[in-house]
Design a protein around this ligand. Structure first.
Ligand code: COI
Length: 355
């Protein structure tokens, strides 16, 4: 049964559980915030376990100015999507992977985390409460953003006395508006504190704002995004702002190995599996900028970007161009991935979870 807070419409009907979304214009959805009806909130004190969350009206939250998240960046986030299938079902894609990644990130930042079960259950409740905001198949998805943050007050640099796990959501379309990407290789800054032993391997909130100087400049110069290099050598590719990167040369697929400095993407891992099942050789290791510049194809993966072809990469003043369009490997992999996510392609590995 839906949480009772959902039954608060003036006419007594159940808010957020209706199928009616006739007033929404689903055309041309991008990756921007459309506030929905409800969010999920669960709190716990330091040293305790999360126990009971609730669905509440979507809206601003009140936290202490001395909260750990505001002062010292004690926070991580996740990203996953709810997909509407053609036959009307609602699917999640590998949500327990997001839960596990959050658990690892929480440990790194000394935070308690919801159990995998609590995480998946909260995601499902958030989806059901906001069901009318899931776009029809082919028009977009409902993007869910789980946050885990220190919300208790503390002046000293120390773990927060209280934590909040919150999930909000928004209908979204494509992350990048104009198809294949033109990437600029950043040769001045590295991705946050993503060196060896840093936090590059978790979805720490502190990994993102430090890229703004690079992305702002790159976008002003006509690029879609920035590709970062490893801070140890400054020679090997790591990841773009919000996605992992793959390089294809003579039908062999290469991607940077997970070694603590890049995000272990769930789409990344899935694409590796799909490619291997199709018979492709996939190599996880170091890839130099030079190797990437000589590749046949480059593409990015992530929950938000799905699988997106890269049209060009610019490093200093050299520009490499790659194959894009319907005949690329990236399009083939994207088709299979999205097919599984939306119930069109058989899900042989039980990756999808019905809500
Ligand atoms: C996602 O793909 O879900 C992400 O978390 C990337 C985000 C920074 C937009």
């Amino acid at each position: 049964a839906p949480p009772s807070i959902l039954r608060d419409n003036e006419d007594g009907s159940e808010s957020g559980l209706g199928e009616s979304h006739g007033d929404m214009n689903w055309e041309g959805l991008g990756f921007s915030l459309t506030p929905t009806d409800y969010m999920h909130v669960m709190k716990c004190s330091e040293g305790e376990k999360f126990s009971q969350g609730s669905i509440v009206r979507y809206g601003n939250i009140e936290i202490s100015p001395a909260a750990g998240i505001l002062n010292y960046g004690q926070g991580i986030f996740e990203g996953l999507k709810a997909y509407r299938t053609e036959d009307g079902r609602i699917l999640l894609f590998r949500p327990e992977e997001n839960a596990l990644r959050m658990k690892i990130g929480a440990e790194r930042l000394c935070m308690p985390s919801p159990s995998v079960e609590q995480f998946v259950d909260a995601v499902k409740k958030t989806v059901l409460a906001n069901k009318r905001w899931i776009p029809p198949t082919g028009k977009g998805t409902l993007y869910l953003r789980p946050l885990l943050m220190g919300t208790g007050a503390a002046l000293g640099v120390a773990p927060s006395p209280e934590y909040t796990f919150l999930i909000y959501c928004s209908p979204v379309g494509n992350y990048h508006a104009d198809g294949a990407l033109n990437l600029k290789v950043e040769d001045k800054f590295y991705r946050s504190i993503a060196g060896n032993g840093g936090t590059g391997g978790i979805k720490s909130v502190t990994n993102y704002a430090p890229v703004y100087t690079s992305t702002t400049e790159a976008k002003a110069n006509g690029f879609s995004d920035v590709l970062f290099l490893d801070s140890a050598t400054g020679k090997n590719i790591e990841e773009a702002t919000a996605c992992n990167v793959f390089v294809v040369k003579e039908n062999v697929i290469f991607t940077p190995a997970i070694d603590g400095t890049i995000l272990p993407g769930i789409t990344r891992k899935t694409i590796i599996d799909i490619a291997k099942d199709l018979g492709y050789k996939v190599v996880e290791g170091s890839i130099s900028v030079e190797e990437m510049m000589n590749a046949d194809e480059v593409f990015c993966t992530g929950t938000a970007v799905v699988v997106t072809s890269v049209a060009s990469v610019t490093y200093k003043d050299i520009r490499a161009e790659y194959k894009t369009g319907a005949k690329t490997l990236s399009e083939k992999l994207r088709g299979i991935l999205v097919g599984i996510q939306t119930g069109r392609v058989e899900d042989k590995k039980s990756w999808t979870v019905q809500v």
